[in-house]
Design a protein around this ligand. Structure first.
Ligand code: FE2
Ligand code: FE2
Length: 235
């Protein structure tokens, strides 16, 4: 597949997961904005189309290393059955992100207290955004695990009502996606201030790992799992 401006971000990431690195650097949203073409995404970010295409092509030519496990996981994910995809999401992203949120909750509270005097403007916003995100995601994961994933497993041929319910779950991703983007901006792309201590740096590093993991997680649901399930609709 040749990378052109008319390819959707969804197809780009499905075929070349290694390009995620470039998309993250350019703050191009492939998780909630997966249906946009490269051209649309680049234009809405006021970036140079030719330059971006060249960067993506260069990255796509490099074979993935074993260490790029997150990317390889997209490769494997594509080939799973619906039930296997659901189990994989629960065991990997849901479990890992719950652990990271607990860790981040403590880290963010620590730096808020220690660096309040010099960095309150940044830290209060981070504290606020993260608290909202944590609440939204915990409830969203519970809804998926206890309700929607169970319904999907029990109904191989989804009704219109089930499809409408999936649309609703998908719209919750947009809410989380917006908060993730704001976190990226307020942390200056996860760059701790020069007077930041070890914990400040560790918090931003963990936050970046978390945000990137949620992007891949939502991508798998929005662009692989849910579309495949919807295709099975017979009535
Ligand atoms: Fe999920
Ligand atoms: Fe989700």
């Amino acid at each position: 597949m040749k990378i052109t401006k008319d390819i959707s971000l969804k197809d780009l990431v499905k075929n070349y997961p290694q390009t995620i690195e470039v998309l993250n650097t350019l703050s191009i949203d492939f998780c909630c904005g997966g249906d946009d073409t490269i051209e649309v995404a680049v234009n809405s970010n006021n970036q140079d189309l030719e330059e971006t295409l060249a960067l993506l092509e260069k990255k796509a030519e490099v074979p993935m290393k074993d260490s790029e496990s997150q990317l390889i996981s997209i490769e494997n994910f594509k080939n799973l059955s619906i039930n296997e995809m659901i189990d994989s999401l629960k065991m990997t992203h849901h479990k890992y992100e719950r652990e990271l949120m607990l860790e981040l909750d403590e880290l963010i509270n620590t730096i808020l207290l220690v660096h309040y005097e010099n960095h309150k403007d940044q830290l209060v916003i981070i504290h606020n955004l993260f608290a909202t995100l944590k609440m939204e995601l915990e409830e969203h994961f519970a809804k998926e695990e206890q309700l929607i994933f169970k319904i999907m497993k029990e109904n191989k041929n989804p009704s219109s009502e089930i499809i409408a319910f999936i649309d609703e779950v998908e719209s919750e991703h947009d809410v989380a996606g917006d908060i993730l983007k704001k976190l990226k901006v307020v942390t200056n792309n996860f760059k701790a201030p020069s007077d930041g201590c070890y914990t400040y740096n560790k918090t931003f590093e963990t936050l970046e790992t978390f945000v990137n993991d949620v992007f891949v997680h939502v991508f798998k649901e929005n662009s692989i799992l849910f579309p495949e399930y919807r295709e099975k609709k017979t009535n």
